[in-house]
Design a protein around this ligand. Structure first.
Ligand SMILES: Cc1ncc(COP(=O)(O)O)c(C=O)c1O
Ligand SMILES: [Zn+2]
Length: 408
């Protein structure tokens, strides 16, 4: 089982005991989970992983849960890595894959983080959780909380995709729709959590969601026979998936499973909310709050991320870049991917396809690089966004056209 040792602040380095509920360090820095990787190395090797469960829990020695009974799993992880040859040929990339996170429980990669976080809540005896969310994290938390018998309180923007709202309600969560963005939702959770006895499961404010997300990095290595790709495209809202994968690569190197070479990490955002792209271009270590954030990619509508400095430092260290695309480009790319590869991606995943085209055209990427795009969610969760491209005349309107109300 787990080889967890302690938690460590990502800013000041202060250590804390594992086995207690923690949010941020007193310096304001996010806490990261540390493991005894030497011990893991002795008792576990990469060839034995295939004998583990067909979920992200096959990496249990580098996940924080110590009591197996606490694991709350709905089958998350071990998602397909689909080689997309037809798209690659069309856009000039010889080796192109899509890691399809849309097939996770609740239709997004958020299942990984919330499976891990809710499992830790079970282990630590936490009975009430609260989350500010751009949408998909809320759906995932509501599902895992339901599976664990934990009370879930959701705060999300009033205009989240309908799928997110309906899922949360169906899973029995208490839903508050907020006239604002995830940042406003975060303030509401922070203001009420002590009085209500809620554990705050905001991403990076609790240390375990990132641990679930990092398994996207372990998996891509396993699926490529422990040779990392040259380039990874990741749609970055909070950017925690990217930070998580970067952490996974460090851990795998310490385990002796991979060398020191890293993929170029490409953080993709929307032109309607691109705080990290702006900070990257200006050479800054931290981003600034993005005013009036607006995009159909609801998961990218994060005006200021707590872990921005970790994303920016990983992107720079990797020799990657940060790039923004428009909503129109996302829809075009999403429909292109769907129509020639059979993968119906969330606009966040589609944004990566649009960004890839730009970086191939500019020469930043070469056609012989091995490129992986993370499609972080299913297009099925974004029917309102895609329906703009496929309008249907309402049935009752068509009936009126002929002046007759008859079956057609
Ligand atoms: C589909 C989708 N993709 C990407 C993201 C961004 O996630 P991260 O915090 O890892 O940047 C989200 C977050 O809500 C999302 O729902
Ligand atoms: Zn600290």
């Amino acid at each position: 089982m787990t080889t967890v040792t302690h938690l460590e602040c990502s800013v000041c380095g202060k250590q804390r005991d594992q086995g207690k509920a923690h949010n941020l360090c007193e310096c304001g820095g996010p806490l990261l989970v540390r493991y005894d990787l030497n011990k893991a190395r002795q008792s576990w090797n990469r060839d034995s992983i295939a004998n583990g469960p067909c979920t992200m829990w096959r990496y249990a020695p580098v996940l924080p849960v110590s009591k197996p009974a606490a694991i709350t799993s709905l089958g998350e992880g071990l998602t397909p890595l689909v080689e997309t040859r037809r798209l690659g040929q069309r856009i000039g990339a010889d080796g192109l894959w899509v890691k399809d996170e849309g097939v996770n429980p609740t239709g997004s990669f958020k299942a990984r983080g919330l499976s891990c976080a809710i499992s830790m809540c079970v282990e630590l005896g936490i009975g009430k959780v609260a989350i500010p969310s751009a949408g998909n994290a809320a759906s995932a938390m509501a599902a895992y909380a339901a599976a664990a018998g934990i009370e879930a309180h959701i705060f999300m923007p009033r205009d989240v995709p309908q799928a997110n709202f309906i899922e949360c309600k169906a899973f029995g969560a208490k839903v508050t729709l907020v006239d604002g963005l995830i940042s406003d939702c975060g303030k509401m959770v922070a203001a009420r959590k002590d009085a209500e006895g809620w554990f705050d499961v905001s991403t990076l404010k609790e240390p375990y969601r990132i641990e679930g997300k990092k398994t996207m990095g372990y998996e891509v290595a396993e699926q490529f026979q422990w040779k990392l790709p040259d380039v990874i495209f990741y749609p970055s809202g909070g950017g925690v998936g990217l930070i998580g994968m970067w952490k996974a690569f460090e851990e795998m190197e310490a385990l002796g499973w991979i060398g020191s070479k890293r993929p170029k990490m490409i953080a993709v955002q929307s032109t309607g909310c691109a705080p990290m792209v702006r900070a990257f271009e200006e050479g800054k270590t931290h981003s600034e709050f993005w005013e009036n954030a607006e995009t159909i990619a609801s998961g990218l509508r994060v005006p200021k991320a707590l872990g921005d400095f970790l994303v920016l430092s990983a992107v720079r260290a990797s020799g990657g870049t940060a790039i923004a695309v428009t909503d129109e480009e996302m829809l075009d790319a999403g429909i292109e991917l769907a129509s020639i590869e059979g993968i119906f991606a969330a606009p966040e995943g589609s944004a990566c396809v649009a960004a890839l085209k730009k970086l191939l055209a500019s020469g930043f990427l070469k056609r012989d690089e091995r490129i992986v795009i993370y499609n972080t969610g299913s297009g099925l969760k974004y029917l309102e966004a895609y329906s703009v491209r496929f309008p249907r005349v309402a049935a009752n309107e068509q009936d009126k056209l002929g002046g007759l109300i008859t079956p057609r």
